[in-house]
Design a protein around this ligand. Structure first.
Ligand code: MCA
Length: 507
C-alpha cells in the first residue's frame, strides 16, 4: 500500500486516457499507460544509481515531465522526494541538501555553474545529475536502458515518509516537514469526497510543482482520480483563460494572486468559463474583492480552502452548499480542529478568537531530525499547533483572522521576516531593521523592510534589495525599503511591528 496505489489502479482502468499534457514547449502528452511505463523505467534508473528505501532525492527542476517521473519513481521505491523551489540561491540550497542528507540531486543544466561550488562539501551526496528539460531526449536516453521496475513501493508502513518539504520558522533555519504516505492518502481521499473529483475531469495546472498545492492537491489529486492534467510551465493570465475555454477544462486551482491576475486580463469578461465545475483558491487569504470580482466577471463562486505544509488540506468550503465569503469553510472529513487560547492553551468556545490546533491522519509526522521543534509544535495531547488565529461560527464554519507568528504570505508563498532581517543586518551599513508585510492588491502582502542605518552611513534601497536577492530566494527579498531613524520598540526592546505597519504601509 502506498499513495501510488490509486494511480496504479487508474493505469489499469484508463490505459489509453491522457494523464498529462504539457501545453507549452516542449509539448508532451502521455496516456496513463505511457506514464506508467516511464515511471517504471525511471524507478529502474534510480535503482541503478543505488537508491534505497528511505534515501532522499532532491529535485530542483523547472515544471517538467522529468520532475514528475523522478518524484513518482522515488516515492514508488519507498524513497523520499525533496522538492526544492528554483528560486533558492546556492547558500539556501546547500543547507537543504546538507540537512536532508540527500543522496541524489537532480538540477537544471542552466544552474550548473551557479551551484557547482557547493557540491563538493556535501558528504551524503553521491550523485548530482544536471538535466535540460527543453531537450526531453536527454532524460529519455538516460532511462532508456534501465530495467523495467515495479514501483509498487515496498514501504513497510503508511507512517513511512514520502516527501520532505522545507518550511521556515520564526527561529532557526528552515525545517523539513515529513509527509507520510498515510498523510497523502488520507488527504487525497478527503478531497476526492469533498470536491467530487471525477475521472472525466480536466484540470488546468498552472502552479509550481515543488509545493503542497501544485504537487499534492492538484497533480496527485488528478492522478488519484484518473483525470487529465494539462500543465502550463509558467503562469500566463491570458493563456490560462484561453486554455480553460478551448480545452473545456472542468477544474482549476490557484492562489489569490493568480485569480487577481485573471481578473486583470483586459477582456476577461469575454471568456465563458461556465463549463468549469470547480475553481478553488488557497495558500493565502482570499480578499473579498477577488471573491466578488470572480462572481461578477466569470459568474463563478470561488471555493476557498485552507491548508498548511504540515497538515495538507484541512478545511474547505463545500462543493454544494454555502461558500462563505471570508471563511475557509468546514474541517475536511477526518480532520479535527479546535481553538485554544494562545497563552493558556485552554480550549475556547465557538465565536471566540484563538489559535487553531489540528489532529487527524492528515497531520505530518514531524520535522526531519528536529525532535525538539517537532515536540514544540504539538500540544501535550497530540494536537498540531498551526500558529494561525481564527474562530468557529455556531454552524462550524471557520474564519482565519491573523497569525500568532510573524509570517508574510506573498503570492501564495510563506516568508518568515526573521530570515530576511538576518540577511539585511549583514550589510555593513545596516544597524537594525524590521521586515513587515504591507497589504497589496497583487501579492496579498508585499515584503517591505524598514531599515535604520549606522550613523554616517548611506546606501540606496536598490543596493539593499540587490544585497538580499544575492543571498535569498527572490520572492523573499524586499520589494521596497523604507529608511527610518529608529524603530518603535516596547519596554523590552521588541520592535512593534503593528505600529510600523500603520505608519509605513500605504493605506
Ligand atoms: C514571483 N515573484 C514573487 C513571487 N513570485 N515575489 C513575491 N512573491 C511571490 N509569490 C518575483 C519574481 O521572481 C519577479 O522578480 C517578480 O516577483 C515579478 O514576477 P512575475 O513574473 O510577476 O511573477 P510570476 O513568475 O508570474 O509568479 C507569480 C505567481 C507565482 C504566478 C503568483 O508566485 C506563483 O505561482 N505562486 C503560487 C505559489 C504556490 O503555489 N504556493 C503554494 C504553496 P523579478 O524582479 O526578478 O522579475 S503550498 C501552500 O501554501 C499551502 C500548503 C496551501 O494551502 O496551498
Amino acid at each position: 500500500m502506498s499513495f501510488l496505489n490509486s494511480f496504479i489502479e487508474n493505469v489499469r482502468k484508463y490505459p489509453n486516457k491522457t494523464a498529462l499534457e504539457f501545453i507549452d514547449p516542449p509539448l508532451q502528452r502521455l496516456t496513463y499507460a505511457e506514464l506508467d511505463q516511464l515511471v517504471q523505467r525511471t524507478a529502474g534508473y534510480l535503482q541503478s544509481l543505488g537508491l534505497q528505501p528511505g534515501d532522499r532525492v532532491a529535485l530542483q527542476l523547472s515544471k517538467c515531465l522529468e520532475f514528475i517521473l523522478l518524484h513518482l519513481g522515488t516515492v514508488g521505491l519507498g524513497a523520499i522526494t525533496l522538492p526544492l523551489n528554483l528560486a533558492y540561491p546556492p547558500d539556501e540550497l546547500k543547507y537543504f541538501l546538507e540537512d536532508s542528507g540527500a543522496k541524489l540531486f537532480f538540477a537544471l543544466e542552466s544552474s550548473e555553474e551557479k551551484i557547482q561550488s557547493i557540491l563538493p562539501n556535501l558528504p551524503d551526496l553521491q550523485e548530482c545529475i544536471f538535466l535540460n528539460p527543453s531537450e526531453p531526449n536527454q532524460f529519455n536516453s538516460l532511462i532508456a536502458n534501465s530495467l523495467i521496475t515495479n514501483y509498487q513501493s515496498p514501504i513497510s508502513s503508511l507512517q513511512d515518509t514520502a516527501v520532505i518539504i522545507y518550511t521556515s520558522g520564526t527561529t532557526g533555519r528552515p525545517k523539513g516537514a515529513q509527509i507520510t504516505h498515510g498523510n497523502l492518502i488520507s488527504n487525497l481521499q478527503a478531497l476526492h469526497e469533498a470536491w467530487g473529483w471525477q475521472h472525466d475531469d480536466i484540470l488546468l495546472h498552472v502552479l509550481p510543482i515543488f509545493h503542497v498545492h501544485g504537487l499534492f492537491v492538484a497533480l496527485h489529486g488528478a492522478l488519484n482520480t484518473g483525470a487529465t492534467t494539462l500543465l502550463m510551465r509558467d503562469f500566463d493570465g491570458r493563456k490560462t483563460l484561453q486554455t480553460l475555454v478551448e480545452r473545456r477544462c472542468t477544474v482549476f486551482m490557484a492562489v489569490p494572486t493568480i485569480h487577481q491576475r485573471l481578473l486583470d486580463v483586459p477582456d476577461a469578461k469575454t471568456f465563458d468559463l461556465s463549463h468549469l465545475r470547480l475553481i478553488t483558491s488557497g495558500s493565502d487569504r482570499l480578499p473579498d474583492e477577488v471573491f466578488t470580482g470572480f462572481q461578477g466577471t466569470f459568474g463563478h463562486t470561488l471555493l476557498e480552502r485552507y491548508g498548511m505544509t504540515e497538515t495538507g488540506m484541512n478545511c474547505s468550503n463545500p462543493l454544494h452548499g454555502e461558500r462563505r465569503i471570508g471563511s475557509v469553510g468546514l474541517p475536511l472529513p477526518g480532520v479535527e480542529v479546535r481553538l485554544v487560547d494562545p497563552e493558556s492553551r485552554a480550549p475556547l468556545p465557538d465565536g471566540e478568537i484563538g489559535e487553531l490546533e489540528m489532529r487527524g491522519p492528515n497531520v505530518f509526522k514531524g520535522y526531519w531530525r528536529q525532535p525538539d521543534k517537532t515536540s514544540a509544535s504539538f500540544s501535550a495531547d497530540g494536537w498540531f499547533r498551526t500558529g494561525d488565529l481564527g474562530f468557529r461560527e455556531k454552524d462550524g464554519y471557520i474564519t482565519l483572522c491573523g497569525r500568532s507568528k510573524d509570517l508574510i504570505i506573498s503570492g501564495g508563498l510563506n516568508i518568515y521576516p526573521p530570515e530576511v532581517e538576518r540577511v539585511l543586518v549583514e550589510h555593513p551599513a545596516v544597524d537594525s531593521c524590521a521586515v513587515i508585510g504591507c497589504l497589496d492588491k497583487e501579492w496579498g502582502e508585499k515584503v517591505t523592510a524598514v531599515v535604520v542605518l549606522h550613523k554616517g552611513e548611506t546606501v540606496s534601497g536598490e543596493e539593499l534589495i540587490r544585497f538580499c536577492r544575492e543571498r535569498l530566494a527572490v520572492y523573499k527579498s524586499p520589494k521596497s525599503i523604507v529608511f527610518r531613524d529608529d524603530l518603535p520598540r516596547n519596554a523590552m526592546g521588541k520592535v512593534q511591528k503593528a505600529d510600523l505597519r500603520k505608519t509605513v504601509c500605504p493605506h
